[in-house]
Design a protein around this ligand. Sequence first.
Ligand code: NAI
Length: 462
Amino acid sequence: MADYDVIIIGSGPGGYVCAIRCAQLGLRTACVEGRDALGGTCLNVGCIPSKALLHASHMLHEARENFSKMGLIGDAPSVNWNAMQSYKNDTIGQNTKGIEFLFKKNKIDWLKGWASIPAKGQVRVGEETHTTKNIVVASGSEPSTLPGIDIDERKVISSTGALALDTIPENLVIVGAGVIGLELGSVYHRLGSAVTVIEYLNNITPGMDGDIQKAFRKILERQGLTFIMGAAVQTADIVGNDVRVTYALRSGDEPESVAADNVLIATGRRPYTDGLGLTELNLEQDSQGRINVDDHWQTNIDGIYAIGDCINGPMLAHKAEDEGMAVAEHVAGKHGHVNYNVIPSVIYTHPEVASVGLTEENLKEHERSYKVGKFHFMGNGRAKANFAADGFVKLLADTETDRILGCHIIGPSAGDLIHEVCVAMEFGASAEDLALTCHAHPTYSEAVREAAFACGDGAIHS
Ligand code: NAI
């Protein structure tokens, strides 16, 4: 008999959630993790630590900018960077220990070390080979860099280095105006760095709704971030204590350069499958190194599945989690399912940005007939009281059926607000369904209802 029913490789949100669901469904489960702590990129060097720094730096901003407006008088706090790093590290520790506890509770074996797959039904960890009926590869992704640029995590950093710098840089150049660049750019800007973001395209946050892109950039510029758009970064060379970044404007001018204490390369991530032995196994991958899977996350080798950042689709923790649960159910003989049309994405800046479903650009491209309901937080009493009235909710619905097709929010707690629209979309709701649902007053979520009203007879407070 095999040692396990399922061995999961990687303990990030995809892997650990898959392991817990497998164990809950009665499968003998092990999870391989080579880091010292469970939780993968998300808990150790991604979502969780970045959110701790985003929260701390936002609190600083509130204290400096808004406390006195509310009659809270006194010296604004200053930054103790070491203490802030300790807070961030404590947050990581609490979360990773939490997963360890859940593994014990669910009787999941943590196989410590880096895994390889010598053959179907076998996983090698260190000197030991474990046998298993099923393998789930959830090995995640790693930061990608640009050709000719070496990340030393000291001066030229990825998101990993950016979470643990020795000091707050006076000048920070960020390459790439995607999610990572803008979240970490916001952190350092609020902590006092002069932040310049260099982006290849003409818009920030590729793939987001165009209205949101424009509003978001304006807000970030007003906050003090500088953008150099339409510029391809070519080199990042360490010169003395500085890094000099050269970039070519797409307009074809001579290369220009800018110097900074640190340069953050935030130009995307790539699947991480090093050392697994996939080539020897003849496990199919695409040209970008993603593992090919079918509708049930099954690879070309029977009994080997793959989920999360190492397969196709958005590199998002919650997408990986959903795939992890679905695969667990599939392996246990049930019917797992992921609705890829309703996967929210959130940028945790202030204001937050959140999006689900189709953008207006998608709808135009597919010549769909749609209506737009927009509501600005300026008309929301709670947002005004909280100095959080920047931004809007934009709801897109089918002209004929009124069915909700997408929602894009920039504003306070956008990352939480988006979920009522996700639920509505899962149930095939119309904008009118949202509008007819009573929303408590005064809440930010009234802005979502108002956007739904705006798809019909009109919003009340605009
Ligand atoms: P991204 O793909 O979101 O953005 C990268 C940006 O870099 C693009 O705008 C691209 O045009 C630009 N770029 C590429 N080459 C360039 C060059 N030579 N010069 C100038 N600009 C260049 O990638 P990012 O921000 O690194 O994020 C990686 C992944 O991690 C994404 O899939 C993201 O969804 C995920 N992530 C999600 C988070 C969230 O959901 N809150 C947080 C952090 C990461």
